[in-house]
Design a protein around this ligand. Structure first.
Ligand code: HEC
Ligand code: HEC
Ligand code: HEC
Ligand code: HEC
Length: 431
């Protein structure tokens, strides 16, 4: 009897270990394949704004999403520190003169900070429409369903804020229950429809990009109701977007020095990326680089720690590129080239504004030529801003970035020349 005790103990240990392994295996399967008929731990209400609720069922996705709130590493041109862009490049203060961006313009950071940052920005005041919450909160899908977007956009920012407590979360990208990726922003649905596209027919890989277009796009507030609209009816290239704004006669503000009617570009990551970039053409999605598959023990899941891929390049680029050192060095080269080119464009814009201001102070200046100079300033600045406001410093589509910046510099120099000519005596101005 005595000598059987160790055997019994051993058996108990083996059985316990096996049970533990099976339990862990089931747990891991639950996390890695959440949609394949596994019973959820809790029922998640449709459009549940509290990401912690979803986190009960999907702890890996939740805990990585949480990290977006605390990331604080800077990269050469991006990263997760909300540094002051105006201090880094004082030319921006002159380019955005007369517009809130000349007062506050910080680098973007992680999704979990979105609500904090929009409430903190110097650009928000008592006239700010609720529309500004559209890309910041996980209450939105529910509120759009309840109120409709038209009513939502008419509510003042401060009033709407009382119903908003959660930053960007699960409900902005997923349908509860099925966990499939969905278009949640009505403005995106409408903009796709205006182009004859229906996201419900998109492939899974397409959705891994389009889900980011809920927010990472150029947009404007249409009419008095501040109706959130993406200017894509004629296409998503900068030329098509410029044409759209000209057709609807839209202007964000008038530059106090040049008198040009300008447009502020937002963050056209989706447009830049999808306008024929090498990666887009190769079928690569935003999520491939920004939400790569990650392992934690035996669990494999999409990291929801959305950030600069330069901070986890081994996982972000290494899935497709064997030489990660080489491709990240290429990023550095591309970004420096784009940044230098952008600097030259800014110098040209500053020169154009200065020339227009100087000529306009001359009461004998040719008014028609000055208006031409102002139109050229508008065309130049919206092109420059399309690249400057895009958050990858050209990496998402290097050829397109350099093409647009070259056009912007040329237009700005034309504006300067026109302005100088406008100020010359009529006999020599040629006008
Ligand atoms: C091939 C990989 C790749 C793809 C695909 C990709 N990106 Fe990026 N993205 C990058 C790199 C590299 C940077 C530059 C990061 C830096 O400068 O630190 C970047 C920067 C960004 C930034 C700014 C990050 C920061 O640190 O401030 C945002 C926002 C962004 N991308 C969104 C998107 C969206 C939206 C898409 C799809 C429309 C997309 N990206 C597709 C690689 C990619
Ligand atoms: C910014 C958009 C976005 C947000 C916010 C988001 N997800 Fe995801 N999620 C994705 C994408 C993209 C994938 C990849 C889907 C695919 O490959 O089909 C994904 C995949 C998943 C999956 C499938 C398994 C996997 O890891 O690939 C689960 C589960 C999931 N997310 C849970 C969550 C939870 C829980 C939250 C909130 C804490 C959340 N997601 C927030 C975009 C998002
Ligand atoms: C609901 C709107 C929304 C959706 C959907 C969304 N984003 Fe964002 N994203 C934002 C906002 C707003 C910020 C800036 C937050 C801040 O600075 O406080 C941001 C910031 C980022 C950053 C910068 C993070 C950092 O630490 O610098 C990256 C990268 C990014 N998003 C990529 C993506 C990708 C890729 C997708 C799709 C999988 C996506 N986003 C979907 C709104 C969104
Ligand atoms: C899902 C796969 C995938 C991921 C992830 C990916 N790439 Fe790529 N990359 C490609 C493909 C495909 C090409 C095109 C190769 C070709 O045409 O020879 C490419 C090309 C490139 C090129 C050359 C571009 C050109 O115009 O010739 C660079 C640079 C590059 N990738 C950098 C990166 C970086 C940096 C990352 C991570 C942030 C990354 N890639 C992530 C698939 C990927």
């Amino acid at each position: 009897m005595k000598n059987r005790i160790p055997v019994i103990i051993l058996t108990v240990i083996i059985v316990a270990l096996a049970a533990l392994l099976v339990a862990q295996f089931i747990f891991i399967r639950n996390q890695a394949t959440p949609t394949r008929g596994v019973m959820p731990l809790v029922e998640i209400a449709a459009q549940e704004p509290d990401s912690a609720q979803w986190g009960v069922n999907f702890p890996n996705q939740y805990s990585t999403w949480e990290k977006t709130g605390t990331n604080a590493t800077r990269t050469t041109y991006g990263g997760s520190v909300n540094f002051d862009k105006l201090a880094v490049d004082p030319r921006l203060v002159m380019l955005f003169a007369g517009y809130p961006f000349s007062k506050g313009y910080t680098e973007d950071r992680g999704h979990a900070n979105a609500l904090l940052d929009v409430r903190d920005t110097k650009r928000v005041n008592e006239k700010t429409p609720g529309t500004c919450y559209s890309c910041k909160a996980s209450e939105n899908p529910g509120l759009w369903g309840e109120l409709g977007m038209e009513a939502y956009d008419k509510i003042p920012f401060s009033e709407l804020g009382q119903r908003i407590n959660n930053p960007i979360g699960c409900a902005n990208c997923h349908e509860a229950g099925t966990m499939r990726l969905i278009v949640t922003n009505p403005a995106l649905d409408e903009a796709l429809k205006a182009q004859g596209k229906d996201w419900q027919t998109f492939t899974r890989q397409e959705m891994r990009t389009v889900v980011c277009a809920n927010c990472h796009v150029e947009y404007y507030f249409k009419g008095d109701g501040k109706y959130l609209t993406f200017p894509w009816a004629g296409g998503t290239s900068i030329e098509a977007i410029e044409q759209y704004y000209t057709d609807v006669n839209f202007t964000d503000w008038t530059h106090p020095d040049s008198g040009a009617k300008l447009i502020k570009m937002q963050h056209p990551e989706y447009e830049m990326y999808s306008n024929g970039s090498t990666h887009y053409n190769a079928g690569v999605a935003c999520a491939d680089c920004h939400m790569p598959y990650t392992r934690d023990g035996a669990a494999k899941f999409s990291t929801h720690n959305v950030q600069s891929p330069l901070l986890n390049a081994e996982t972000a680029c290494g899935a497709c590129h064997t030489d990660v050192g080489y491709v990240t060095a290429r990023v550095a080269t591309i970004q420096k080239q784009v940044a230098d080119t952008m600097g030259a464009t800014e110098d040209a814009l500053v020169a154009a504004i200065t020339a227009i201001k100087t000529s306009a102070a001359n009461s004998a200046a040719n008014a028609a030529a000055l208006d031409e100079a102002r139109a050229l300033h508008r065309a130049a600045q919206l092109r420059w801003d399309f690249i400057a406001a895009e958050n990858s410093m050209g990496f998402h589509n290097p050829e397109e970035a350099l093409r647009i910046l070259a056009a912007a510099t040329d237009l700005a120099r034309q504006a300067e020349l026109k302005a100088v000519q406008a100020g010359l005596p009529a006999t020599t101005s040629g006008n």
